[in-house]
Design a binder for this molecule. Structure first.
Ligand SMILES: *[C@@H]1O[C@H](CO)[C@@H](O)[C@H](O)[C@H]1NC(C)=O
Ligand SMILES: *[C@@H]1O[C@H](CO)[C@@H](O)[C@H](O)[C@H]1NC(C)=O
Ligand SMILES: *[C@@H]1O[C@H](CO)[C@@H](O)[C@H](O)[C@H]1NC(C)=O
Ligand SMILES: *[C@@H]1O[C@H](CO)[C@@H](O)[C@H](O)[C@H]1NC(C)=O
Ligand SMILES: *[C@@H]1O[C@H](CO)[C@@H](O)[C@H](O)[C@H]1NC(C)=O
Ligand SMILES: *[C@@H]1O[C@H](CO)[C@@H](O)[C@H](O)[C@H]1NC(C)=O
Ligand SMILES: *[C@@H]1O[C@H](CO)[C@@H](O)[C@H](O)[C@H]1NC(C)=O
Ligand SMILES: *[C@@H]1O[C@H](CO)[C@@H](O)[C@H](O)[C@H]1NC(C)=O
Ligand SMILES: *[C@@H]1O[C@H](CO)[C@@H](O)[C@H](O)[C@H]1NC(C)=O
Ligand SMILES: *[C@@H]1O[C@H](CO)[C@@H](O)[C@H](O)[C@H]1NC(C)=O
Ligand SMILES: [Cu+2]
Length: 607
């Protein structure tokens, strides 16, 4: 069910250029939100609405579209194509002066270039694989890929990989807006730098003057992800540092630079926080500048104020800060929550100087900040779970209602657990992660969309494929099966689904889901996003509307875990999946390359 939302028209509020909350929903039958300030309103489908997006009217967009338009229901088509070219090379970089490290970069920079378009545009991105010995495939994280599942960029599922020395052009419609990233989905390749930010401009639930752009926060290692991945099966390697937009000062404090962004007193700024980690989550804050949080992943939310926010891998939060402090320099901090002691459950960072950047006021002298962090007394500072989990935040701007009867009748339980079941090429068993007791292992040579094309439904078990029932809504209970005490394997997993923003009906740490918990679930405007934390030893209940034909992988975004199988794929209305004519050419090019045994995938899920 979808309820029309209305909000104040901003023309009458132009004077409030930097007022605090200026977007308010009107009361409706399903919420008790405050009444609108103005009797003039924007509505999602009002083609007559003449209202453009400015610093004092960020809720507007134009041509009948605004923040009130639920982009799963309706979206603009500008007819404009925005082209980009990404050249992937095998090279080295030294981001903090501590030594060259082997990487696979996009356009010779880390992170790769910001890809930017506007709501309703078409992105057309040509990927040239110049790597000598690795295939690749680029995934556009969070993009719904409505009618374009074959552009989702997941080797072995939606495509054959792009062979070394060859190219492919992806084309898809930006039906959503907000902040995200693109990254290689080929084995653990994004862990060696094959990623970059993705921004789609659109309306917002709160006004701001300027956009400071993406703040991509990552963990950073001495060794490559290819080297670390097998080691992570026993003890995840420690990140010697973390980077903000590819920069940080070295652990000994003598080399490297902090990323900086300059603000002017009196203005309000949008920061786009992205967690591009392999294995770390962050508590992000800017000293003395509370955040007004306006989106989670691509979904606009009711603005709320927080002095720090949790950003799990693959997650994004867009926040606004107001430059209303004494002009000077302030730390931007991304702290890895200290959870699990000697067995960190939330990632790790060995840099004693932390993961930091600088927010600099334009009329002050540049210096390292002396500002102090948010007050941790009396708060659970070191938690490793979503904003919504303890705080009841992340309320979507659009008021949605998820029907509860189907879940109550038939919850589909998907266990998540480690197991020693994997059979390696030498027949030894290895550590793997499984969903519903199977570890995903794709076949780069035969992606699932090829089965769909052939009408072949004999999917190998290792594809861990789930046929989505032919109903309007589906519900999934992910349950982490407890491991023996001392195994240190009850850990939070950031669960990411392709092709949908799902609704997070509930989550609970250290708990076994039973039908009794259904009464604790939230069906009334629950958080809606594409990545959510499955809490340690507990459960996560998600729902999505079956409105997007495709083969959509759902996986843990800890690179080590998905490489070790923590993934499943949902096949949704296969009869309606569209497959581009170039699909088979890419596969034959890949197969020409792949027979060489030294290039084979080893002990790795392939995604
Ligand atoms: C990739 O680059 C690294 C660092 O320059 C180099 O050592 C390695 O040999 C290259 N790999 C291949 C297959 O050429
Ligand atoms: C601040 O960042 C700019 C690039 O945005 C850079 O040119 C400048 O050197 C930086 N300043 C300091 C002091 O790091
Ligand atoms: C990224 O997500 C991981 C896993 O959820 C988490 O451990 C890490 O702290 C996050 N990093 C940031 C910068 O949010
Ligand atoms: C600065 O702005 C924040 C909102 O972003 C507000 O909470 C705070 O009270 C303001 N501080 C001052 C000194 O005006
Ligand atoms: C410099 O900062 C102060 C606040 O510390 C502010 O009052 C003043 O307007 C600023 N000047 C400019 C040119 O931004
Ligand atoms: C692994 O086991 C299979 C049959 O179970 C056998 O055919 C193969 O030779 C074994 N491989 C090795 C390396 O032992
Ligand atoms: C279905 O795919 C499997 C695996 O590639 C293959 O062995 C089988 O022959 C295919 N069946 C048909 C009917 O094409
Ligand atoms: C989970 O695995 C079992 C056993 O392979 C299978 O019967 C069941 O259908 C799977 N669950 C779903 C939701 O596909
Ligand atoms: C959940 O069930 C398992 C048995 O499958 C049991 O070992 C564990 O103690 C239960 N956990 C809780 C929190 O009840
Ligand atoms: C990909 O490249 C890395 C680094 O050169 C190498 O270690 C790995 O074996 C390659 N993977 C495959 C499957 O060729
Ligand atoms: Cu995980």
């Amino acid at each position: 069910m979808y309820l029309l939302r209305t909000l104040p028209l901003f023309a009458s509020l132009a004077a409030y250029a930097s007022a605090s909350v200026v977007v308010e929903r009107q009361a409706s039958s399903t919420t008790t939100s405050s009444a609108a300030r103005s009797s003039t309103t924007l509505t999602p489908d009002d083609a007559d609405t003449e209202c453009s997006n400015t610093a004092s009217s960020r809720a507007c967009w134009g041509n009948g579209f605004s923040i009130a338009t639920d982009f799963d229901k309706k979206w603009p088509d500008t007819g404009r194509t925005v082209p980009y070219t990404l050249d992937i090379t095998n090279t080295t970089i030294d981001p903090d002066g501590t030594g060259e490290r082997r990487v696979m970069l996009i356009n010779n920079q880390y992170p790769g270039p910001v890809i930017r378009a506007s709501w309703g545009d078409w992105l057309e991105v040509t990927v040239n694989n110049h790597l000598p010995d690795n295939g690749t495939g680029i995934h556009w994280h969070g993009i719904r890929q409505y009618e374009t599942c074959d552009q989702d960029g997941v080797p072995g599922i939606t495509e054959c990989p792009i062979a070394p020395g060859t190219s492919r052009t992806y084309r898809f419609h930006c039906t959503q807006y907000g902040t995200s990233w693109y990254h290689s989905h080929w084995s653990v390749q994004y862990g060696v730098g094959t990623l970059g930010p993705l921004v789609i401009d659109g309306p917002a639930t709160e006004n701001y003057n300027e956009d400071l752009g993406p703040f991509a926060v990552t963990d950073w290692y001495d060794e490559t992800a290819f080297f670390n991945n097998p080691l992570a099966r026993s003890i995840p390697p420690q990140a010697y540092t973390g980077l903000v937009n590819g920069m940080n000062v070295s652990p000994d404090g003598t080399k490297g630079k902090y990323f900086n962004a300059t603000v002017q007193s009196g203005k309000r700024y949008r920061l786009r926080l992205i967690n591009t980690s392999v294995d770390s989550a962050y508590m992000v804050s800017v000293d003395d500048h509370p955040f007004t949080v306006i989106t989670n992943d691509f979904v606009p939310i009711m603005p709320y104020v927080a002095d720090r926010v949790f950003v799990g891998i693959g997650q994004r939060l867009d926040v606004i800060i107001e430059a209303n402090q004494t002009a000077g320099n302030y730390w931007f901090r991304a702290d890895v929550p200290a959870v699990g002691g000697a067995f960190p459950a939330c990632g790790n960072n060995a840099n004693p100087n932390g993961i930091r950047a600088i927010i600099h006021y334009s009329n002050s002298t540049f210096a390292n900040p002396t500002s102090t962090a948010w007050d941790r007394t009396g708060v659970n500072a070191d938690r490793c779970n979503d904003e919504s989990y303890q705080t009841d935040k992340l309320t979507p701007y659009w008021d949605s209602f998820v029907p509860s009867d189907a879940l109550l009748a038939n919850p589909e339980l998907l266990s998540v657990q480690p197991q020693e079941a994997g059979v390696r090429s030498d027949n030894a068993t290895i550590f793997q992660w499984a969903i519903n007791t199977t570890a995903l292992n794709v076949d780069w040579d035969k992606p699932i969309l090829e089965y769909v094309q052939e009408g072949n439904t004999s999917y190998p078990k290792s594809e861990n494929l789930i046929n989505v029932p032919d109903v309007d809504w589906t519900y999934w209970v992910l349950q982490e099966i407890p491991t023996p005490a001392g195994a240190h394997l009850d850990i939070p997993h950031p669960i990411h689904l392709h092709g949908h923003d799902f609704y997070v009906l509930g989550a609970k740490e250290s708990s076994n889901y039973t039908n009794d918990q259904a009464s604790e679930l939230n069906f009334k405007n629950p958080p809606r996003r594409d990545t959510a934390i499955l809490p340690s030893g507990g459960w996560l209940v998600i729902a999505f509307e079956t409105n997007n034909p495709g083969a959509w992988i759902m996986h843990c975004h800890i690179a080590w875990h998905v490489a070790d199988g923590l993934a499943t794929q949902f096949l949704e209305t296969p009869g309606q999946i569209k497959i581009d004519s170039g699909f088979n050419d890419i596969c034959s090019t890949w197969r020409d390359y792949y027979p060489e045994e030294s290039y084979w995938k080893k002990d790795d899920s392939g995604v």
